[in-house]
Design a protein around this ligand. Structure first.
Ligand SMILES: C[S@@+](CC[C@H](N)C(=O)[O-])C[C@H]1O[C@@H](n2cnc3c(N)ncnc32)[C@H](O)[C@@H]1O
Length: 215
């Protein structure tokens, strides 16, 4: 299998982010549009376990899909829910508990998970709980959370993740490779798409979409 695909998308952030956004990466709407249009159909159900500022969910509604999501951060949850038509399908809780909310079967799972550099201790999946510190625990938890997506997905549907490798000073974190390794026991990788950002800043000119199917 070869993963040679490359596409170019505009980097514009169309929806003004809220003042409390902090350092979290908001995905451009163009990326969600590409994924939603290519991997789901009109009236399909789209799930984002790490909703963040809601890009997947807003674009799903715009493209006449039904959005579902989870987000642990209460401020973000409220900001997104207030702007969604289907706000009751966004849950303010840990994505590891996705099996507790009676979600229907989805046509697409698309997300940008929280990123972590391998030399950091603060684990974003546990909001920095010191008992859960470190990259190993982060990767293990990612495996647990994504495994829970399997029963949520209809047969022959896709899980698509947006992920970047991280370079900070001399430390390189091969996050794409490491997250793919966490997901491989549960999913079959079917594609990897290199996305070149048009009109973006020099220091952020690419991202990656990794496409999986249920095994
Ligand atoms: C990279 S952001 C998603 C950005 C999103 N694509 C957007 O455009 O805004 C990841 C989000 O995952 C949330 N998060 C972290 N751990 C979580 C967990 N265990 N369950 C659900 N959400 C979580 C964070 O609060 C953050 O908002």
């Amino acid at each position: 299998m070869s993963y040679a695909k490359q596409i170019t998308l505009p980097h514009a952030l169309e929806r003004k982010p809220p003042p409390f956004e902090g350092n979290d990466i908001k995905s451009p709407e163009s990326l969600a549009r590409f994924v939603i249009e290519n991997y789901s159909k009109k009236d399909g159900k789209v799930f984002d376990p790490f909703t963040g500022l809601g890009t997947t969910l807003f674009v799903a509604e715009e493209r006449e899909r039904t959005p579902f999501g989870m987000e642990t951060d209460g401020e973000k949850y409220e900001w997104v829910a207030a702007q969604l038509e289907n706000w009751m399908q966004l849950i303010n809780d840990d994505a590891a508990k996705s099996d507790q909310y009676g979600f229907p079967k989805m046509d697409l799972v698309f997300t940008a998970p929280p990123f972590m550099a391998q030399n950091h201790k603060w684990n974003p999946l546990y909001n920095g709980d010191p008992k859960k510190a470190g990259y190993d625990k982060y990767l293990k938890r990612m495996g647990v959370i994504f495994k829970k997506m399997i029963p949520l997905m209809k047969t022959n549907t896709h899980l698509v993740i947006q992920v970047d490798n991280i370079k900070q000073g001399k430390v390189f974190t091969p996050l794409i490779h490491d997250l793919v390794a966490c997901l491989k026991p549960s999913f079959k990788q079917v594609d990897e798409i290199n996305v070149k950002w048009d009109n973006s800043k020099e220091d952020y000119s690419y991202t990656t979409l990794v496409v999986f199917k249920k095994k």
